[in-house]
Design a protein around this ligand. Structure first.
Ligand code: ADP
Ligand code: MG
Length: 245
C-alpha cells in the first residue's frame, strides 16, 4: 500500500520545466532515494510534496486525498514531516529543550492541547535523543554541537512530530563521508524500527546504493529510472546522465 502517490507532477519556473510529468509511489516502510544531477528537479519535487510550492500539473495523493493545493501545516498534520535546516534549532537552548519545544508544538497543533506542561515532555525528548544517539548531550547548549550532531538533533525534532513520511532533502550536505554513512544508516534503522517511510536526496552514490530500498532518478525534470540499486546501477539512461557513457 502506498503512503503517498505522485501523479504526472509538473512545475515550471519561467521557461524552465523544473519537474516534468513525474510519477512515483512511496510504500509504507520504504527508504527511498531521489537522485539526479544538480538542477534535476529534486528540491522542486520535495517542495511540492511538503506544500511550499504549488504544482502546475498533476497531483499528489495521501490515500485518496489530494494534498496538491494544501498549506504546508495541513500537509504536516497529515503526517508528512521534514527535516529543517540548522537555523531551526535554537542555540541558546539546550539540546533536550529544543526537542521538548518540538514535542510541545506538536501537542498544541495536533492534539489541540493549548498549554501542555513542558516538564512532561522531557522524558519523551530524552527517548528521542537516545534514538538518534544524542542522549549524552541532552543538557548541553545546542550551539556547542558539532555539525553532524546538529543533523541528529534535526532528525529528533522531525520525529517529535511523529511523521508517517519523512522528507529529507540533502540531510548529509556538508558532512564528511563517514558521518554521511552514519547518519543515513541511523535514518534507515529508524525507518525499520518505526515503520515510517523516508524520501531523501543524497549525493554519495555509495551511500545511496548501500542503504536505499529503492532509487528514483531525475534528469532535467524527468523521471528516467525507478528501481533497486542493482537495476539503477545497470540502467543505461542513468549511466549516460552520470558518466556520459
Ligand atoms: P535539484 O534540487 O535537483 O538540484 P531544483 O529542483 O532545485 O533541482 O531545480 C530544478 C530546476 O528549476 C533548475 O533549473 C533550477 O534552476 C530551477 N529552479 C528551482 N527553483 C527555482 C526558482 N525558485 N525560481 C526559478 N528557477 C528555479
Ligand atoms: Mg536540491
Amino acid at each position: 500500500m502506498s503512503v503517498l502517490s505522485v501523479n504526472s507532477l509538473g512545475k515550471s519556473f519561467g521557461g524552465v520545466r523544473a519537474v516534468d510529468n513525474v510519477s512515483f509511489d512511496i510504500g509504507k516502510g520504504e527508504f527511498l532515494a531521489l537522485i539526479g544531477p544538480n538542477g534535476a528537479g529534486k528540491s522542486t519535487t520535495f517542495n511540492m510534496i511538503n506544500g511550499q510550492l504549488a504544482p502546475d500539473a498533476g497531483d499528489i495523493l495521501i490515500g485518496d486525498r489530494s494534498i496538491a493545493c494544501m498549506q504546508p501545516r495541513d500537509i504536516w498534520r497529515l503526517g508528512v514531516g521534514r527535516t529543517f535546516q540548522v537555523a531551526a534549532t535554537f542555540g541558546s537552548m539546550t539540546v533536550v529543550e529544543n526537542v521538548q519545544m518540538a514535542l510541545i508544538s506538536h501537542a498544541r497543533r495536533i492534539l489541540n492541547l493549548w498549554r501542555p506542561a513542558s516538564s512532561l515532555y522531557r522524558e519523551r525528548a530524552l527517548e528521542l535523543l537516545a534514538q538518534v544517539g544524542m542522549a549524552d548531550s541532552a543538557d548541553r547548549p545546542s550551539r556547542e554541537l558539532a555539525y553532524g550532531d546538529v543533523k541528529r538533533i534535526e532528525l529528533a525534532i522531525a520525529l517529535a512530530n511523529d511523521p508517517q513520511l519523512l522528507l529529507m532533502d540533502e540531510p548529509t550536505a556538508g558532512m564528511a563521508p563517514r558521518e554521511r554513512n552514519e547518519l543515513i544508516k541511523l535514518v534507515k534503522q529508524l525507518v525499520i524500527d518505526r515503520g515510517i517511510s523516508v524520501l531523501f536526496t543524497e549525493h554519495s552514490m555509495d551511500v545511496v546504493f548501500s542503504y536505499a530500498d529503492r532509487i528514483i532518478v531525475l534528469a532535467r525534470g524527468r523521471l528516467i529510472a525507478d528501481g533497486n540499486a542493482a537495476a539503477i546501477r545497470d540502467n543505461a539512461k542513468v549511466q549516460e546522465v552520470y558518466f556520459g557513457t
